[in-house]
Design a protein around this ligand. Structure first.
Ligand SMILES: [Fe+2]
Ligand SMILES: [Fe+2]
Length: 474
């Protein structure tokens, strides 16, 4: 199969002039397309979808809109523009010139970082593959597919790095990225959250709000990397990631808005009455939030981590927005961490800052998560309802780090297992909650129509009206 790379794969890496790289990608591309057909959005491969495609990195080209069938989407390869004389911004090599090639000593570590990031991209497409069949509107269906094709592009971005810089092992890793599958018993995806099923749209919005935001912070850390091609790749990916979190934030906001409307319509805030009227009660929204937030927190890794210290020291993975710190070397500083004291309480442990880099990034993430929560609460307060959504404590329901396996209430209070078992149904979605949410999920595909449980968006995509036919089912 031969491809005209300039037309077929928009890129700014001179693909057309590098024969061996072209050959490697030509070999991989049909496997990607087979994967997309098998594990991408089920039932919509022939639909015409109003999608944004990046055709260059400048303001004009990165968001080109038009109707396209997803298998014909032009998955491009883009790196942000190179900064002249870029220097490594942190760690032991601080101030030295950034690397254009993989430094030999860090080859396997860098490859692992790229593979771990790359693995999440197709994983989320797999997790979301059946959601189209229960979409609440054509507008939402289109947003789902936009997220899916861009996660596909992010996979391309990582596969490009593997093929272009890691030779044979890179090509093998690129194959493995299509061989592991979300939730697969034998070959699961690398990170836990990416094996959780996303089988309803409330979970999808929670995922795009909380888990894509983890992606944002991982990309921000890698955008600081001393390995310049990785840094530039991740910088460009961040422009697309913003839309994914927008889908989550506005999705949850619209669910809440609809619930508030129904509260007024039936003049009740009784969860059962609301459910009967086809809306999702706010305590259920809180439980889903608790689940996806706590699951996403684990993605940042252990709070004390020699691995995190090493990748920071070696200039491979920095802190998000490294530029806002004064000290970029961090050999003197320490960090105070909360951990269980072994007697049912909490104690503080002081560790070298470099070993706490995961926690530094996690804290920045938590702060960012608060923005949407505040916005949702404002809409609840404005409607005059006495309910407030909260982010649970970072100790709640952790499976990684010093709180892993400990029973902790959402407010951060450690409790014993018996107390946990007695109350867990107040905090996390029960089977009955999930069944109820599922029962609401019926496909709505008339242009402009919304499912009973969600309010319409404030505006459409790219200045089009909300009732535009964003997906032509054909
Ligand atoms: Fe992504
Ligand atoms: Fe994303």
């Amino acid at each position: 199969m031969s491809l005209n790379y300039r037309d077929r794969i928009p890129n700014n890496v001179d693909l057309g002039t590098n024969r061996s790289l072209q050959r490697a990608l030509e070999h991989w591309q049909p496997k990607f397309l087979t994967w997309w057909q098998d594990l991408g959005p089920e039932g919509f491969q022939a639909a015409d979808v109003y999608l944004r495609t990046a055709t260059s990195v400048d303001a004009k080209g990165w968001a080109t809109y038009g109707k396209v069938k997803m298998p014909d989407y032009r998955w491009g390869i883009f790196l942000a523009e190179q900064t002249a004389d870029r220097r490594i911004g942190f760690g032991d090599f601080y101030g030295k010139p950034a690397w254009d090639q993989v430094p030999g000593d860090f080859r396997s570590t860098l490859r692992r970082l790229i593979v771990t990031q790359g693995d999440t991209e197709p994983a989320s497409v797999e997790q979301q593959r059946l959601l189209g069949q229960i979409c609440p509107s054509l507008y939402d269906l289109r947003n789902l597919f936009q997220v899916n094709v861009e996660e596909g592009r992010h996979l391309w971005a990582m596969v490009y790095l593997l093929h272009a810089y890691f030779g044979r092992d890179g090509r093998e890793e690129a194959e493995e990225l299509l061989a592991r599958h979300s939730g697969d018993a034998d070959k699961p995806r690398i990170l836990g959250t990416f094996n959780e099923p996303i089988s309803d749209w409330l979970s999808f919005y929670m995922f795009t709000y909380f888990t894509d935001r983890d992606g944002k912070f991982q990309l921000k850390s890698l955008a600081e990397s001393g390995f310049d091609p990785l840094a530039r790749t991740c910088q460009f990916m961040l422009t697309e990631e913003a839309h994914h979190m927008f889908v989550g934030e506005t999705g949850i906001g619209r669910v809440i808005r609809r619930t508030l409307e129904v509260m007024d319509e039936i003049n009740s805030d009784d969860p059962e009455a609301l459910r009967k009227a086809g809306a999702i009660d706010l305590p259920t929204v809180q439980k889903y939030l608790n689940f996806w937030f706590s699951s996403s927190l684990d993605l940042f890794g252990s709070d004390v981590s020699s691995n995190a210290a090493t990748v920071f020291a070696n200039g491979l993975k920095g802190r998000p927005d490294e530029g806002r710190y004064e000290d970029h070397v961090c050999v003197e500083d320490v960090f105070d961490l909360d951990k269980p004291d072994g007697k049912g309480g909490v104690e503080t442990e002081t560790v070298p800052l470099r070993n706490a880099m995961n926690e530094v990034t996690r804290n920045a993430y938590v702060k960012d998560c608060m923005i949407g929560v505040k916005r949702w609460n404002r809409s609840i307060a404005k409607a005059g309802k006495p309910f407030e959504l909260t982010l649970p404590s970072t100790r709640f329901r952790r499976q990684i780090g010093s709180w892993a396996g400990f029973s902790v209430m959402p407010d951060g209070t450690p409790i014993d297992e018996e107390a946990w078992n007695a109350r867990v149904n107040e905090w996390l979605p029960t089977e009955a909650d999930q069944q109820f949410v599922h029962s609401l999920m019926r496909q709505v595909t008339a242009p402009g129509k919304m499912a009973s449980w969600i309010a319409p968006p404030d505006r459409g995509i790219n200045n089009l009206p909300v009732d535009y036919e964003y997906v032509h089912l054909g």
